[in-house]
Design a protein around this ligand. Structure first.
Ligand code: KIV
Ligand code: ZN
Length: 508
């Protein structure tokens, strides 16, 4: 058996399904490009039948991705499979991922199907998928609570119908390392044709065992791991990509497997996801948390100075963690700025470069030292603006007993002005923005953080707003935190307005 383990990233599908992680089409494409740079083998881009926006997200990711295969999810239903295949039409290497539950509890209570009907549906679904897309993955949902003999029969049926990959998910995060290894060994041994298929492990983290279970599955014969950046996903999340990859990388003695992830793109991917979704990474998160390489105690610091291997099992550089480098000063010039932006992975068109330079100079005037993270934030802000319906031109606030905000906004050629009072300056600014746009929502979450150290640091605002039954995230930055919050709110409203032109049509 080969020792190559493929990494199937489902950040944009299972990850995106989790509360607070939703991404619009443009954000999915941005993240997919970073995942491609990270070197994952497969990017699962979405569930096309779920809505028009999901469909378009898969389409656009399929067009944008250069190297990885692009997968789309479908229930074992003709309409789902046809819709997923249509969304993948432009992918260079498409994968159709279809699934059906195989545990007794799911078959009886959710599907209301007998085991024979499930086998028949698996056969029909995989055969149809295979006529539409050359590579098909079949997932036996809730595998880890399924009866082993039946599970092997399901896998055999899917393989006979043409499935290339058999995924045995721990849908509810219930299994343990010993048990999952035995499950893979059993199914691979008993399902006829298994030697021609790749077995895959997809684990949820309800008991904090997702990474351990994925590694055990590989020891049991799995050669594909499904995972997400920062471990985001349904409930407690999925197998965390950075943890499982670095575990194999660091413990080759225990896991002598090869995967082609570029580990130095791990931290940039984690940061990109966090920036796009606004979901903060816990400080103590392995590999990507802010404290993952911080040494506080004197004894540890002393050891580190003598030899970093005393307390570090992997180097921060190996996962792409750099100190926030001082990039440029006020006199650095446009060419230097363009070069640094390119090094950070942003190829900006000329007009955006002009805007970036103006903002960079303004920022350098205020805070003297401009770091990579500042630059990333400025670029994100410019990128947001190139898709906006409303642009926040100015916000002036005054505090005191009756906080007031005066807001100026632009839409096309028209300029709008409004003033409003509120509980505080941010609340007043939001009310004025709502009066101009005619869109109002309820603020569910509001966070602000300094992008880089220092009194004049850029403040990055992340908000979640509930508008007309949808939770929409928005983010933006400014050296003025009230302006950052107002811009983040406008970003959410723009996303809402963009979504309105593509109404959700849940056909599931
Ligand atoms: O957790 C799960 O079972 C899934 C399947 C659709 C693969 O996400
Ligand atoms: Zn899942």
């Amino acid at each position: 058996m080969s020792n190559r383990v493929e990494i199937f990233d489902t950040t944009l599908r299972d990850g995106e399904q989790s509360p607070g992680a939703s991404m619009d089409v443009r954000e999915k494409v941005q993240m997919a490009i970073q995942l491609d740079r990270l070197g994952v083998d497969i990017i699962e881009a979405g569930f096309p039948i779920a809505s028009n926006q999901e469909f378009e997200g898969v389409q656009k990711v399929a067009e944008a991705v250069e190297h990885a295969r692009v997968a789309a999810l479908a229930r074992a239903l003709n309409k789902d499979i046809e819709r997923a295949a249509a969304a993948l039409a432009k992918a260079k290497n498409p994968v159709l991922h279809t699934f059906l539950a195989t545990s007794k509890i799911h078959m009886e209570h959710k599907l209301r199907m007998t085991p024979e009907q499930v086998l028949q549906a698996v056969d029909t679904a995989v055969r149809l998928a295979k006529t539409l897309v050359p590579r098909v993955e079949f997932s036996a949902e809730d595998s880890t609570r399924s009866e082993l003999v039946f599970l092997a029969e399901v896998a055999q049926t899917a393989i006979a119908a043409g499935a290339d990959v058999i995924n045995l998910p721990d849908t509810v995060g219930y299994t343990t390392p010993g048990e999952i290894r035995a499950m893979f060994e059993y199914v691979i041994k008993h399902a006829k044709g298994s030697e021609g298929a790749i077995f895959s492990s997809h684990n949820h983290n309800d008991l904090g065992l997702a990474v351990a279970n994925a590694l055990a599955a590989v020891l049991g014969g799995a050669r594909q791991i499904e995972c997400t950046v920062n471990g985001i996903g349904e409930r407690a999340g999925n197998t965390s990509l950075e943890e499982v990859v670095m575990a194999m990388h660091t413990r080759q003695d225990q896991y002598p497997f090869v995967c082609q992830v570029r580990t130095e793109e791990i931290v940039p991917s984690s940061e990109a996801l966090s920036r796009i979704t606004g979901l903060a990474v816990p400080y103590n998160k392995p590999v990507v948390g802010r404290n993952a390489f911080a040494h506080e105690s004197g004894i540890h610091q002393h050891g580190m100075i003598a030899n970093s291997k005393t307390y570090e099992i992997m180097s921060p550089e190996s996962v792409g963690r750099k100190r926030s480098d001082l990039v440029l000063g006020k006199h650095s010039g446009r060419a230097g700025l363009a070069k640094r932006s390119e090094e950070l992975g942003y190829a900006l068109p000329e007009d955006q470069l002009v805007q970036l330079y103006e903002r960079f100079i303004a920022l350098a005037d205020k805070k003297k030292e401009v770091f990579d993270d500042d630059l990333r934030m400025l670029i994100t802000s410019i990128n947001n603006e190139s898709f906006e319906t409303y642009h926040l031109q100015r916000v002036n606030t005054s505090g005191g007993d009756l906080p007031i905000a005066a807001v100026q906004m632009i839409r096309g050629d028209a300029t709008y002005e409004e003033a409003a009072t509120g509980d505080g300056p941010v609340d007043a600014a939001i009310k004025a923005i709502e009066a101009i746009t005619g869109v109002s929502g309820t603020l569910e979450e509001f966070r602000i953080r300094a992008v880089t150290p220092g009194k004049e640091a850029l403040g990055e605002a992340h908000i979640t707003v509930h508008i007309q039954g949808r939770s929409i995230t928005g983010s933006d930055a400014s050296t003025d935190i009230i302006e950052a919050a107002a811009k983040a709110y406008v970003n959410a409203i723009n996303k809402y307005l963009a979504g309105q032109t593509m109404p959700d049509q849940n056909q599931g």
